[in-house]
Design a protein around this ligand. Structure first.
Ligand code: NAD
Ligand code: TYD
Length: 353
C-alpha cells in the first residue's frame, strides 16, 4: 500500500479519490483534520476496504511509527501542510510547526522505517514530497519561468516553511540515502478546494451576492493547473521519477487574478444568470496582501521530457468543470464552511475594504 499525508485536504483528497478509482493498491490516509481537512470529501470511499483513514498529526512521531510498522507502505506521499499564504501572514507559528517540524518528524520516522526494509524494498521505496512553486519567489514580467535550477527565494511565511521542508527532504536523500523525490507545482484549482482560496471564494461570494475581493490591482499572475492534472503528475513521478530529483509541475496557464475572476463571473453569467447585470459588477478592489508575489510561472519541460506528462485540461476546460462542480455541490461547501471559517473571513477581509 501507499501512505498519503493530508489526504483529507484539497489536493490530497483528489489524489486519494483518483488513486482508488484507477489503482488496485490500498491507501493509508493520515490526516490531522485541521480546518482544511474534511472527511465529507472522502464519503464515497468511506466503506472502500482499500481506503484506511487514520487521524494523526505528522508531528506525532510515536503515532507515525505505529502506522508505518503496522501497514508497511511502499511509499509515502507527503501532502499535509498548512497551505494558505494569508493565514501564514496572520499566524506563521502553525506553518513552522506542521511544514517544518512535521516534515522533519515524518522524515525521521520514514528513515527509521526504511532502514528496516529488505534491500529490494529499500530500493523501491519512495518518499514523495509535494511542494510548491512559491519557494522560488516572485518573477518580473519578462523573466523566464521557474525551472528546477531556479534558486530558492521564498517571500511569505508559507513559502519559507515549504522551502525549509524541501531542503530537509533533499538532505535526507543526500545524507542518508532515503529515496526522496520532490514536486514543485503551481496554483491548483478544481473540486473540493477549501472556500478561502481565490477561485472557490469568488464562486461562493458571487452566488451569495457578496463583494468579490481582488487584492491590489488584480494584475498578479499565477500559473493555474487543474488538480486532476497535478494528481496525474504525482502518479507519474511516484512510478518513474528519479530519486534525488525535483520536478516542476505547471499548466502553462499564466493568468492575472483579474482574468481569473472575470472567467469565473462569465461562466456564472452563463450557467446561473442574475436577475439583472453581471457577476462582474460585484468585483471590489481591496487592500493588497503584504509582500504579495507579483508573478509565478512554471517551466514543466523536465516532467514532459523525462516522464511524458502533460496537462490534459486547458484553463478553459478546467475552470468550466470547476464552476459546474461548485454549482452542483453546495452542500459540500456548507459543510466545510464552519464557524472557524467565518471567523477567518472576518479577520482577513474586515481590515482590507
Ligand atoms: P489543504 O490546506 O487543502 O490541505 C492540507 C491537509 O493537510 C488538510 O487535510 C489538513 O487537515 C492536513 N494537515 C495539516 N496539518 C497537518 C498535520 N500536522 N498532520 C497531519 N495532517 C495535517 O492543502 P492543499 O491545497 O491540498 O495542498 C496540499 C499540498 O500541496 C501542500 O503541501 C501544499 O503546500 C502543496 N501545494 C498546494 C498548491 C495549491 O495550489 N493548493 C500548489 C502547489 C503545492
Ligand atoms: P491564493 O488562492 O491564496 O493562492 P496563492 O496566494 O498561494 O497563490 O491566491 C491566488 C491569488 O489570488 C493571489 O495572487 C492572491 C489573490 N487573491 C485575491 O486577489 N483575493 C482573495 O480574496 C484571495 C483569497 C486571493
Amino acid at each position: 500500500m501507499i501512505l498519503v499525508t493530508g489526504g483529507a485536504g484539497f489536493i490530497g483528497a483528489n489524489f486519494v479519490l483518483d488513486w482508488l478509482t484507477a489503482a488496485s493498491e490500498a491507501v493509508l490516509n493520515v490526516d490531522k483534520l485541521t480546518y482544511a481537512g474534511n472527511l465529507g470529501t472522502l464519503k464515497s470511499v468511506q466503506s472502500d476496504p482499500k481506503h484506511i483513514f487514520a487521524r494523526a498529526d505528522i508531528c506525532d512521531r510515536a503515532a507515525i511509527d505505529v502506522l508505518l510498522s503496522q501497514h508497511k507502505p511502499r511509499a509515502i506521499l507527503h501532502f499535509a501542510a498548512e497551505s494558505h499564504v494569508d493565514r501564514s501572514i496572520h499566524g506563521p507559528a502553525e506553518f513552522v510547526q506542521t511544514n517544518v517540524v512535521g516534515t522533519f518528524t515524518l522524515l525521521e520516522a520514514a528513515l527509521a522505517y526504511w532502514k528496516t526494509l529488505p534491500g529490494a524494498d529499500q530500493m523501491a521505496f519512495r518518499f514523495l514530497h509535494v511542494s510548491t512553486d512559491e519557494v522560488f519567489g516572485s518573477l518580473s514580467a519578462n523573466d523566464a519561468p521557474f525551472s528546477e535550477t531556479t534558486p530558492y527565494a521564498p517571500n511569505s511565511p508559507y513559502s519559507a516553511t515549504k522551502a525549509a521542508s524541501d531542503h530537509l527532504v533533499r538532505a535526507y536523500g543526500h545524507t542518508y540515502g532515503l529515496p526522496v523525490v520532490t514536486t514543485n507545482c503551481s496554483n491548483n484549482y478544481g473540486p473540493y478546494q477549501f472556500p478561502e482560496k481565490l477561485i472557490p471564494l469568488v464562486i461562493g461570494n458571487a452566488l451569495s451576492g457578496k463583494p468579490l475581493p481582488v487584492y491590489g490591482d488584480g494584475q498578479n499572475i499565477r500559473d493555474w493547473l487543474y488538480v486532476g492534472d497535478h494528481c496525474a503528475a504525482i502518479r507519474e513521478v511516484l512510478a518513474r521519477g528519479r530519486p534525488g530529483e525535483t520536478y516542476n509541475v505547471g499548466g502553462w496557464n499564466e493568468k492575472t487574478n483579474l482574468d481569473v475572476v472575470h472567467a469565473v463571473c462569465d461562466l456564472l453569467d452563463r450557467l446561473k444568470a442574475k436577475a439583472s447585470g453581471s457577476y462582474r459588477d460585484q468585483i471590489t478592489f481591496v487592500a493588497d496582501r503584504p509582500g504579495h508575489d507579483r508573478r509565478y510561472a512554471i517551466d514543466a519541460r523536465k516532467l514532459e521530457r523525462e516522464l511524458g506528462w502533460k496537462p490534459a485540461e486547458t484553463f478553459e476546460t478546467g475552470i468550466d468543470k470547476t464552476v459546474r462542480w461548485y454549482l452542483d455541490n453546495p452542500a459540500w461547501v456548507d459543510e466545510v464552511a464552519s464557524g472557524e471559517y467565518r471567523k477567518w473571513v472576518e479577520a482577513n477581509y474586515a481590515q482590507r475594504v
